[in-house]
Design a binder for this molecule. Structure first.
Ligand SMILES: *Cc1c(COP(=O)(O)O)cnc(C)c1O
Length: 385
């Protein structure tokens, strides 16, 4: 990577991802873990995450779009790849050439695919998506017989069948249970044991291990983030957040009592205050709605004051600190921690959005907390001293 001169960066702990993955691999019994790496691995950087997952024994990655799958293939990733979203007719022969599994999302899609497969290439690998209640994409439950008939009459490689839950992260399990029982009836129609059945997202993999089937599709919690506060409270193991966001103070000054600062001068100093400027703003994903959010400096919480600008924002210090002082926006410092959930609450959104909105301008830097700690201790063969 080219040199980065601005101190703002997202540090991604690949060791945390390995630990989370291994927790899911352990908890899911014989079900394998499909690592969901769509949307640039939820903003964590898809290539590094994909390689880490593969090193940890993952044999299938899931993405949302054909282009995300092609990117991984172009980067030399040879693992099985599932595109969970709908794919257009123009992608069918590409999927055959590049060995990418596509999702059959409707009866019309199946006819389309049958028309566009190239007989001279390897068969098209498909997973059948069944809509049991999410009402987004997928074959309706009462169309499953027809879909299975169509698949067996055509030359597809039928590799899997799956569904997606709408409310697996909520306390009220009524819709979830309806979806489970609808899917149970669907699975009974598939007699080929080589067809992989997968239903669980992170929330279901955490809260409902009994339905794991052949594989679970783990996205958000691979990155150490609980799908919802409810799941975070109820879960019986720890997730380790992989992403932290840090920068440094680039400017410090005393603002006199009564003076305003930033656009609109909406914030006014109540007394003489030390105000520091940070090189991060809404063009980095530090949205204006985060005004008032705290950051960590010297292990203490201090507030962002005034409006957040495109490239910079201001914080109020309790004393003068030098330019170059480390600032933690997300993550831990001196025993204090700021989780992604805290940003999500302030922005009145879900934690999923937070890593996804960190823009390309924020470099992703990789570390591995397990690299040193997990090396097995080896007895030396001979003792020199
Ligand atoms: C994104 C996605 C997942 C992963 O969900 P998480 O809640 O992030 O674990 C699984 N399946 C489908 C179909 C998805 O779109």
């Amino acid at each position: 990577m080219t040199e980065q001169y601005r101190p703002t960066k997202a540090v991604i702990d690949l060791g945390a991802i390995k630990k989370n993955l291994s927790a899911f691999q352990q908890k899911s019994g014989k079900a394998q873990v499909i690592a969901v790496v769509k949307a640039d691995a939820y903003g964590h950087g898809v290539l590094a995450v994909a390689k880490t997952a593969i090193e940890s024994g993952v044999t299938m990655l899931a993405v949302a779009t054909p282009d995300e799958a092609l990117f991984l293939r172009d980067e030399g990733i040879e693992t099985e790849l599932l595109v969970m979203g709908a794919t257009p007719s123009s992608f069918i022969s590409v999927a055959q050439q590049r060995n990418i599994i596509v999702t059959a999302v409707s009866l019309d899609w199946l006819s389309m695919a049958a028309m566009h497969v190239s007989p001279n290439l390897n068969r098209l690998n498909i997973h059948l998506k069944v809509d049991t209640g999410m009402r987004r994409i997928g074959i309706q439950v009462d169309e499953v017989d027809e879909a299975l008939g169509f698949i067996s009459d055509h030359d597809f490689a039928f590799k899997g069948i799956f569904t997606h839950f709408a409310t697996a992260d909520e306390e009220d399990s009524s819709l979830f249970l309806e979806q489970v029982s609808a899917m149970k009836a669907v699975i009974e129609k598939v007699d080929d044991p080589s067809v992989m059945v997968h239903v669980s997202n992170s929330a279901a993999a955490i809260m409902h291990r009994e339905i794991a089937c052949d594989a679970v599709r783990v996205g958000i919690s691979l990155y150490g983030i609980a799908p919802s506060p409810y799941v975070g409270q109820e879960m019986d193991f720890e997730l380790q957040p992989a992403l932290s966001l840090e920068t440094e103070i680039i400017h410090v000054k005393k603002v006199k009592a009564g003076e305003g600062l930033s656009y609109g001068a909406t914030y006014r100093a109540e007394q003489d205050e030390w105000i520091a400027t940070l090189p991060i703003g809404y063009a980095d994903g530090m949205l204006r709605g985060l005004q008032g959010q705290e950051v960590l400096v010297q292990g203490r919480r201090v507030p962002i004051v005034g409006r957040i600008c495109m490239d910079q924002c201001m914080i109020r210090l309790s004393e003068k600190l030098p330019v170059g002082e480390k600032v933690q926006l997300i993550g831990s410092q001196g025993g204090q921690r700021i989780f992604i959930d805290e940003w999500a609450r302030r922005l009145e959104t879900i934690p999923y959005e937070i890593p996804c909105i960190l823009t390309k301008r924020v470099p992703r830097i990789y570390s591995d907390s397990t690299e040193v700690a997990d090396l097995p201790f080896q007895e030396p063969d001979t003792m020199l001293r």
